[in-house]
Design a protein around this ligand. Structure first.
Ligand code: FE2
Length: 536
């Protein structure tokens, strides 16, 4: 037996994943145990859970993998600081204590957290390698093109390449500070939402606005190439040197300072949301077309935080050149824990890979579960009022009756989902036919903004009846948005593609220009990768 523990930690969304003989046995995010949203602390609770699920102790592990390379990341932070010094001293000072205390001593920290019981090798995979591994290895494809898009890892902010059987190879990267994830986060910040957590709110807000700022974004903020690579004009941003995402120049371009969080939503915020969403989709579509031209492959795997943009994913599926796509449900940094563990099993150890149908992610139901015998004493101890329904058919009828009555039902069953989306095991459900249900749920149940959307649950056999989805397309992970089938006025409309320059910017992973040199327009953003790699 070979047991591999994957860990992601210290940035946001810390998590652990356990792979035993190539099977994903358990995976969970630390926030689900500590109740600290996006918890970035070392995932002690998630690790303890994963080990208990397999009946293992830290000493039984054969490998431990960490989802990025801290020294490379530290190099990026130092170089960025030096490039902008003395500006940025405050953000530098803020970041340093955690680096000095923990991040630069990761092997020591990991062994200490594993109670000194683990003495074998610790493998560090690159951040985008971890994302790519999490996208390809659980997918149902023998071979596929791979695209990863996020804020930033060590230096890479996006990468692409391909996977075949038990190997992945990333051939090109885009480097910090030019980042689609950070660009989207800058608008998230500017519209008054929290960076690294409010991005999906911005996506949810987009349909309420008009994309009236698209030209400004494409003219002023970035130099977008035909192949999807781009360079940002850093004078509009502040994330390299400051504690905010955007600069005063950004304020001037969009008519005033950022929206104060929790204040009423403005038309400007809605229009900005619609605009950056459209630009994001354009960048992703161009990249995907370029990747298809380069690889000639039929299938595409996606991961990285930007791959949680299910509206963009829907357009890749409808308008992109790939026949099939598979997206890692834990596409954010939590999924890196799974990626690094799978990378060790397949790529480092060279184990054979057999694809599974529909995939090897097991419905992403990889977290803890609780039996009625465990739940009952808890309910008793809190004095909760409850009724036990043993018969499953009777329970189903009860739920249907409640929903028909416009009641809201909390579903808690089986293993917890791995990834940010509730997929029916930790979900709040209501009647989609009710016009008031969305705002009832948002305002009364979850105390949140009324514009935030919910996802429909539809039997797969009937999905194409209600949605503009091909019959053979499954969407089990809430990662694709499709138009409603009825009244398809907008469904097939092709959007006009903004003008772009034709040179390429994809570059090799190790040919890293300094943060300031890449800030100038005209140099190449995408770089070819030198080698894939890992260190022990
Ligand atoms: Fe990431």
């Amino acid at each position: 037996m070979t047991a591999i523990l994957g860990i992601s930690a210290y940035y946001h969304d810390s998590a652990a994943a356990l792979v035993v003989d190539g099977k994903i046995v358990a995976a969970a995010q630390e926030e689900r145990f500590t109740r600290v949203k996006h918890d970035h602390a070392f995932p002690s609770n998630a690790i303890a859970y994963c080990l208990s699920e397999a009946g293992l102790s830290p000493g039984d592990l054969d490998y431990v993998g960490f989802y990025d390379k801290p020294f490379l990341k530290f190099e990026r932070i130092l170089e960025t600081y030096l490039a902008f010094a003395p500006r940025g001293f405050r953000s530098f000072l803020k970041a340093m204590p955690l680096w000095m205390r923990q991040k630069l001593h990761l092997p020591r920290e990991i062994r200490r957290e594993l109670e000194g019981q683990y003495t074998r090798r610790i493998v560090f995979t690159e951040h985008h390698e971890s994302h790519a591994a999490s996208a390809f290895f659980p997918s149902p494809f023998d071979e596929a093109a791979i695209l990863t898009l996020d804020g930033v890892g060590e230096w890479a902010t996006a990468s692409f390449g391909s996977g075949r059987d038990n190997r992945i190879e990333l051939s090109h990267e885009l480097h910090f500070p030019h980042s689609l994830g950070l660009l989207y986060s800058a608008f998230t910040y500017f519209c008054g939402f929290r960076v690294n957590s409010g991005e999906y709110k911005l996506m949810g807000l987009a349909p309420y606005g008009e994309p009236r700022y698209v030209e400004e974004i494409l003219d002023k903020l970035l130099d977008l190439k035909e192949d999807g690579s781009f360079r940002l004009d850093l004078s509009y941003f502040n994330y390299c040197q400051g504690l905010t995402m955007t600069s005063r120049k950004f304020d001037r371009l969009f008519g005033g300072p950022p929206r104060t969080p929790e204040t009423p939503l403005t038309q400007r915020a809605m229009d900005l949301a619609a605009s950056i969403q459209k630009v994001t989709e354009e960048i992703v579509l161009r990249t995907v077309r370029h990747l298809h031209e380069r690889t000639g492959m039929k299938n595409l795997c996606l991961a990285g935080g930007v791959a949680l943009n299910c509206v963009g994913n829907g357009r890749i599926l409808r308008e992109g050149p790939f026949e099939k796509i598979w997206i890692q449900p834990a596409a954010g940094d939590a999924g890196g824990a799974l990626g690094t563990a799978l990378f060790i099993w397949y790529q480092l150890l060279g184990n054979e890979r057999r694809t599974e149908t529909p995939d090897a992610q097991r419905g992403t139901l990889l977290g803890p579960s609780f039996s009625s015998d465990e739940i009952r004493p808890f309910l008793d101890s809190t004095g909760s009022v409850y009724r036990l329904i043993d018969d499953e058919a009777e329970l189903d009828r009860e739920i249907v009756d409640l929903i028909e009555d416009e009641k809201v039902v909390g579903l808690f069953q089986g293993r917890m989902e791995f990834g940010p989306r509730a997929l029916g095991c930790r979900s709040i459900i209501g009647d989609a036919r009710s016009r008031r249900m969305q705002s009832v749920m948002n305002l009364k149940i979850k105390f949140r903004e009324s514009f935030r959307p919910f996802a429909p649950i539809v039997l797969r056999e009937r999905a194409s009846e209600f949605f503009d989805l091909d019959e053979e397309v499954d969407s089990p992970y809430m990662l694709l948005v499709a138009s409603v089938a009825q009244g398809q006025a907008n469904a097939g409309r092709r959007r006009r593609r903004p003008a772009a320059s034709t040179s390429s910017g994809w570059c090799a992973p190790r040919s890293r220009p300094s943060p300031t040199s890449t800030a100038r327009r005209g140099s190449k953003p995408w770089t070819p990768c030198a080698t894939g790699g890992f260190t022990g």
